[in-house]
Design a protein around this ligand. Structure first.
Ligand code: URA
Length: 238
């Protein structure tokens, strides 16, 4: 049970003051009856709430899939740069969501954003072996010997030995290469550092899969959508 004004504030219907006047104006119904007391306590999961004739789909958590654009930081707040949270509409910001793990400012692609702390921990823990798949363009050729090095565990220049990873070559010639890399951990700049230790540079990086969730064609950079019930269930099985 929670206060009606708090429930509506959590859903982004304005400040507590604005919501109080919305309620006093008779614009809110609970189970079909106009309610004018903003402090009334109700169970939002089992009551039908309407605001100005629109049914409210109450939920505690939100799960968003964003195609992160270049130049935006994976953080909830930044003094200088736009963040992935700044891009979201206020009705989503109201849930106080945060990105699951990080993509570098110049990395694009699949980023999950949620306010579900438990799921976040499960998804980012290397113990759970969640695959993260990246499409990358490299400034130099790669070959079978690089695939073997990824499989054995690349040793970074700082001495850290990575968990085994999968390198798939899409195309490679003297001008550079296009590859897919699958990793299960998520150290800072991990993919870039893995190639650096082979004296190669990542010139373009886009995440295309996170566990069971794939970035679909048609979701343009900077666009986002809520995950479907099936997608949320598939992540909770991890
Ligand atoms: N590895 C990187 O180097 N950068 C990212 O953003 C993600 C993985």
């Amino acid at each position: 049970m929670d206060r009606l004004d708090k429930i509506l504030a959590n859903l982004g219907y304005g400040t507590r003051k604005e919501i109080k006047s919305t309620i006093k104006n008779g614009e809110v119904k609970v189970d079909g009856i106009v309610v004018k007391d903003n402090s009334i306590k109700i169970d939002p999961y089992n009551c039908k709430i309407e605001v100005r004739g629109n049914n409210i789909d109450y939920r505690k958590y939100i799960y968003i899939l964003m195609n992160k654009p270049d130049g935006v930081v994976s953080a909830t707040f930044d003094n200088l740069d736009e963040t992935v949270i700044d891009i979201l509409e206020p009705r989503y910001q109201a849930f106080k969501p945060f990105p699951v793990g990080r993509l570098d400012k110049d990395t694009r692609g699949l980023l999950l954003i949620t306010n579900d702390g438990d799921l976040n921990h499960r998804l980012i823990s290397p113990k759970n072996h969640v695959d993260k798949v990246y499409y990358a363009e490299i400034d130099r050729p790669v070959d079978k010997s690089d695939i073997d090095k990824f499989e054995k565990g690349i040793v970074l220049k700082d001495g850290y030995k990575c968990m085994p990873a999968k390198l798939k070559i899409i195309e490679s010639d003297e001008d550079g290469s296009r590859v897919e890399v699958t990793i299960q951990e998520g150290k800072f700049h991990q993919i870039k550092k893995m190639f650096n230790s082979l004296e190669k540079n990542v010139v373009y990086l886009r995440r295309i899969r996170f566990g069971p969730i794939k970035l679909e064609e048609g979701l343009e950079e900077g666009e986002y959508r809520e995950l479907s019930k099936e997608e949320i269930e598939s992540m909770k099985k991890i």
